[in-house]
Write a protein that binds this ligand. Structure first.
Ligand SMILES: [Cu+2]
Length: 288
């Protein structure tokens, strides 16, 4: 699914079960191809670069663990191998804090497989927002013969002082939140704006997923499934003519939005690069 359309058989998907991919192919009118490939391939739908912290709103100085996993979090599907990140930093009150020194390679175990992932640590010392930014290494997606690079932001707040969340971080591409991303209520609407090189992106395809199985920060595994993926697979919204989009968040949890192929870099090592913008927001039960 998603905004990408070129598929070839990838043996890595042999063991995976992907009903959504089958539906997508059927929708695309490729019924014959689907019949031929259904048992041996899966498209790379709804990849999401996680930049997960076990807490979003905290009080007091502390070191916050982060988990970086390239995964299919709604379905607890295949985990993809991450390479060494190109950049990992946080911004608090406009000051950039380099986090690459805290990167630790780990193996993350999903339901289907284990893959290379990272842990890191965010030193929270002052009040305010910490906007965490990850620029991962481009990932080669064999099933599509393209590279994918999901430039990802997540947000942690200390002491309920709003400082940085409403500011663009000047990334090659990013989703600007129009709702405070650390404190969304389930049942309300999240709004964002997709930008690339600072300019709004009209008609962007934005996939929406919940981390249905929260990472176990001790065991580096996927925890029990709190939800399953909807029958239709990944949720998709489009940005309007000015790059804005909205999504009604149905239930609490950590929700990700991935605008596909919106970044300015379009090739890597001679192949197509899909440079995506990902943002993670935290939704609470409205009956708090
Ligand atoms: Cu995928």
């Amino acid at each position: 699914m998603g905004g990408r359309s070129v598929w070839v058989v990838d043996m890595r998907w042999l063991v995976a079960n992907d009903q959504d991919g089958l539906r997508a192919r059927l929708r695309a009118g490729l019924a014959l191809a689907a019949l031929a490939l259904a048992s041996v391939s899966q498209p790379s739908a709804a990849h999401f670069q996680l930049l997960y912290s076990p807490a979003t709103n905290v009080n007091g100085a502390q070191d916050m663990p982060l988990m970086l996993v390239f995964w299919h979090p709604y379905s607890n599907g295949p985990v993809m191998d991450m390479g060494p990140p190109e950049a990992l930093f946080a911004i608090n009150r406009g000051q950039q804090i380099d986090l690459t020194g805290s990167l630790q390679p780990i193996e993350f175990q999903g339901a289907d497989n284990a893959a290379a992932a990272y842990r890191a640590e965010l030193p929270i010392r002052r009040a305010g927002d910490y906007v965490v930014v990850l620029k991962p290494a481009p990932f080669y997606e064999a099933s599509e013969d393209i590279y994918i690079q999901q430039i990802t932001k997540s947000y942690i707040n200390q002491g309920q002082l709003p400082t940085d969340w409403d500011q663009p971080q000047g990334l090659e591409t990013e989703i600007l939140p129009l709702v405070k991303p650390t404190n969304v209520l389930a049942g309300s609407t999240f709004r964002g704006r997709v930008v690339s090189d600072g300019q709004p992106v009209a008609g962007a395809t934005i996939e929406v997923e919940l981390i249905a199985s929260l990472p176990d920060m001790q065991a580096n595994t996927a925890g029990p499934a709190l939800r399953s993926e909807p029958p239709g697979g990944a949720l998709v919204v489009l940005s309007d003519d000015h790059g804005y989009f909205s999504f009604g968040i149905p239930h609490p949890g950590t929700w990700g939005f991935a605008a596909l192929g919106v970044g300015p870099q379009t090739s890597h090592e001679g192949k197509t690069l899909s440079q995506d913008a990902v943002i993670w927001v935290t939704a609470y039960d409205a009956n708090y």
